[in-house]
Design a protein around this ligand. Structure first.
Ligand code: SF4
Length: 443
């Protein structure tokens, strides 16, 4: 099987989470090694890949409407290869080729390591090539292929051993598989040598890292090993699971200065009844114990959350429990999602999706407003204080301003100079909105 070297440019569209962005970079790395350049638009591409998410029904419908748009390019240039990869591809398989018969490649979240061979096979056979249900190693990363010059993500594990009743991830990505610690550290070293100053370690359940590793390494060892990489300035990790958090991680945060005091630890709900139906494996009280302990150890630390509203059986009283948890925990940021039934999950099989859409929408808005109130209160206390920022570049809305991120993940805009991009700068907060802060360089 050969790859047609006339195919020279790849256009990649990524939906969903940071893991998908990372996987897209891995696929782009594989194509780059075969001599492909980057096509900024689908019109200029010889291969178009859409890397998808299956977490919500809405995300999947968005992909189909996007595919409808991309079909036009195939109409104009039938030789263009169109592929669908990622979690939706893994979940739906041939069904995608049936609904969108112009798609050439369907490569699931566990098969995209074979993307070059699949592209070659699609070209040879002139028909849809479908690969799902296989566990293939992902392609090797070319660290120069990344979205951001100074910040990078690294997947340290894939899949999940939990079985939250609403979640498709264990089905699409399989049981948890951790990477060897040495290969992760090597990737950090390569990224730092290429100019990266901040690395975020990614796992569906990062606290469980190493559970399947024969050498017995765990997140604690991994954080220490990555922290030791010369030239790295900041280290983060996501996503934490309240049932699996190892208390030693707080000691690591205290001990390792590059490790940012920020947790992303989704409660999903503030109601014990709902948490039980979700099979999350902890109670509201246990969740809050973690947050209180974190705050006791790191008063300036920040916690981000995910919530699902309108889970089957969620009452108004359950919802109010989520609102009160949000206030009690004082989250820096909350990602709020309306429950969406996913085929073949336990919730879809056993629980009726009985919260009407308008109620889900109202609860979503209510939680957003609650988060806005918490953010305003938090931002007020930051005015007049000085924070370390990693300067990312000019602000998208106002090119006269520059944008950076605090260790706690707050976005700050300030008047600066391009010489600061990629540097750590001290900025004093002067003003704020519910979502961002403004400041000036500290003297
Ligand atoms: S912990 Fe639960 S929600 Fe998170 S990936 Fe695993 S099964 Fe899904």
């Amino acid at each position: 099987m050969t790859v047609d070297t006339a195919m020279k440019r790849l256009h990649l569209i990524s939906f969903g989470c940071q893991m998908n962005v990372y996987d897209s970079e891995l696929m782009a790395s594989a194509f780059k090694r075969r001599g492909y350049g980057v096509a900024e638009t689908p019109e200029d591409a010889d291969v178009i890949l859409v890397n998808t998410c299956a977490v919500r029904e809405h995300a999947e419908e968005k992909v189909f409407s996007h595919l409808g748009e991309l079909r036009k390019h195939k109409g104009r240039r039938p030789d263009v290869l169109l592929g669908v990869t990622g979690c939706m591809a893994e979940r739906m398989g041939r069904e995608i080729a049936r609904r969108a018969p112009y798609v050439d490649i369907v490569a699931g979240a566990r098969s995209f390591g074979d993307i070059l061979d699949l592209a070659a096979a699609a070209r040879d056979h002139r028909g849809p090539v479908v690969s799902v249900g296989h566990d293939r190693p992902p392609p090797e990363r070319d660290v120069s292929v990344r979205r951001d010059k100074y910040r990078a993500f690294i997947a340290v594990s894939r899949g999940c051993n939990h079985r939250c009743t609403f979640c498709v991830v264990p089905r699409t990505r399989g049981d948890e598989k951790g990477r060897a610690l040495a290969s992760i550290v090597r990737e950090v070293e390569e990224l730092v040598a290429d100019g990266v100053v901040e690395v975020t370690l990614l796992g569906q359940n990062i606290d469980n890292y190493g559970v399947d590793r024969p050498e017995g390494e765990d997140l604690h060892h991994l954080l220490h090993a990555c922290h030791a990489v010369d030239g790295l300035r900041r280290l983060r990790f996501v996503t934490s699971h309240p049932a699996d958090m190892d208390p030693r991680i707080f000691d690591d945060m205290a001990e390792l200065p590059k490790l940012c005091g920020a947790l992303h630890i989704p409660p999903q709900s503030g109601s014990n009844t709902v948490l039980k139906r979700m099979a999350r494996g902890y109670t509201r009280e246990e969740y809050m114990d973690i947050v209180h302990e974190f705050r006791r150890r790191f008063p300036a630390g920040e916690v981000a959350a995910d919530f699902i509203v309108g889970f089957p059986g969620e009452t108004e009283a359950d919802h109010e429990q989520s609102v009160s948890l949000l206030h009690e925990a004082g989250f820096q940021q909350s990602f709020i999602f309306r429950y969406s039934e996913r085929p073949a999950t336990t919730a879809a099989r056993r629980l009726e999706d009985d919260v009407p859409l308008p109620v889900k929408a109202a609860r979503n808005l209510h939680l957003l407003k609650a988060q806005e109130a918490v953010s305003i209160k938090k931002h007020k206390t930051m005015v007049g204080r000085t924070y370390e920022l990693l300067v990312e570049g000019p602000s998208k809305k106002d090119p006269a301003m520059f944008t950076g991120r605090t260790r706690g993940n707050h976005i700050v805009h300030f008047p600066g100079g391009s010489e600061l991009i990629g540097e750590l700068a001290a900025v004093t907060i002067t003003d704020f909105s519910p979502v961002t802060l403004r400041g000036v360089l500290a003297r």
